[in-house]
Design a binder for this molecule. Structure first.
Ligand SMILES: [Zn+2]
Ligand SMILES: [Zn+2]
Length: 370
């Protein structure tokens, strides 16, 4: 009898667990390094409460459908082209509507933000994790940035390569930005905005200890901009955090713990990106193939990104060139001609779609027992 109860209990446990997984965000973009969470975020989003084309609830629906963990609603404070139809006296309203729209089962975190919209310098500045956007409105740009910092905000420079403000498309620091960085009032920079990737912004981030960010700056629908239903995705900033809480994610951003997924490209400092590559590419051996001196090596990709490798070791491969691509959530077998039977070999790779500086690819290497 007890055994029967146990059986039923286990049965219901499995059903309950399956339901819980189904009803929550179940998509995992990457396998996180031990003890860490990789939090998927978009920190730059517009609605009809500035120059966007959708009501704030659509932003929540999109993020939930795309399995994001956190979004910030960052409408322009000063730029209000819909003001005749939507007077918008309360600049926190778009965030409040979005936050209250989350479904009961949703794990999505929605945070308050604002785009402080000024000419260069400083250009457009996002402040997220703010308490009150209204307090920042009507201030001059420095007072607004100081007020955002007073509210504990994470503050970053938007699209520093935007051709409307930099007609050569080159991101560079003005004295104003240097002042903000020196006084720890500016914490991050968009290296990716919408469809642009700024190599200069990546270098500025690495040289000035700024957090690397990629955002959608979405105004229309993400489906139309990124073909989500055909397998596309918006630019996503992953925050490496030891907790899933809002506070943990906020700290991860302030401590530079991010990397970006943009198209097929991964962008981040070596410290942040290389552990993620190791936890998502497993390399193991099936031993030698029958009596031939061909080591059968299995490359397993645990992520939603195709991993594009160049093998840079001493051996030749039997069925592949040195260029190897492993599809998302897939395995690939390569045959390595080791010339004689060996117990161990080293397999070093250059990751062609992972950048640790603007011109440097990530290098990874595996010691494999055959
Ligand atoms: Zn902007
Ligand atoms: Zn914007």
């Amino acid at each position: 009898m007890i055994l029967l109860y146990k059986k039923y209990f286990l049965f219901f446990l499995v059903i309950f667990y399956s339901f819980e997984c189904y009803s929550q965000n179940i998509k995992s973009f990457f396998k996180a390094p031990d003890g860490e969470y990789l939090i998927s975020t978009d920190l730059h989003i517009h609605t009809v409460f500035s120059d966007g084309s959708v009501w704030p609830d659509v932003r929540v629906d999109e993020a939930e459908r795309e399995s994001l963990d956190l979004i910030a609603i960052t409408d322009h404070l000063e730029y209000q082209p819909h003001s005749k139809d939507i007077p918008n006296p309360d600049r926190n309203r778009s965030f409040e509507i979005a936050k209250s729209h989350r479904s009961k089962k949703s794990n999505l975190i929605v945070i308050n933000g604002a785009e402080i919209t000024r000419s260069m310098a400083p250009g457009h500045i996002n402040a997220v994790f703010i308490n009150d956007a209204n307090k920042i409105l009507h201030m001059d740009s420095l007072s607004g940035i100081l007020e955002a910092n007073k509210q504990g905000a994470f503050v970053f420079w938007n699209h520093p390569n935007w051709i409307s403000q930099r007609n050569d498309g080159i991101a560079k620091l003005d004295p104003y930005h240097q002042y903000l960085i020196k006084n720890k009032l500016l914490h991050g920079i968009e290296v990716v905005n919408e469809n642009s990737f700024s190599e200069e912004a990546f270098e500025i981030a690495l040289n000035n200890n700024l957090t690397v960010l990629g955002t959608s700056d979405i105004h229309g629908l993400t489906e139309w901009a990124y073909n989500i239903s055909s397998g596309g995705h918006r630019p996503i900033t992953f925050v490496i955090s030891n907790s899933k809480s809002e506070k943990g994610i906020h700290n991860g951003l302030l401590n530079n713990q991010t990397f970006i997924w943009f198209n097929d490209l991964l962008i981040g400092s070596a410290d942040n990106l290389i552990p993620v590559l190791y936890s998502n590419l497993n390399v193991t051996s099936n031993g030698y193939k029958s009596n031939a001196i061909l080591a059968e090596i299995v490359l397993k990709n645990h992520s939603s990104v195709p991993i594009k490798l160049e093998y840079i070791g001493e051996y030749n491969l039997h069925e592949n060139s040195k260029m190897i691509e492993i599809d998302p959530y897939s395995s690939k077998i390569i045959l390595v001609k080791t010339k004689e039977f060996r117990e161990k070999i080293k397999l070093p790779f250059r990751v062609l779609n992972a950048l640790i500086s603007s011109k440097t690819n990530a290098l990874i290497s595996y010691d494999i027992s055959i």
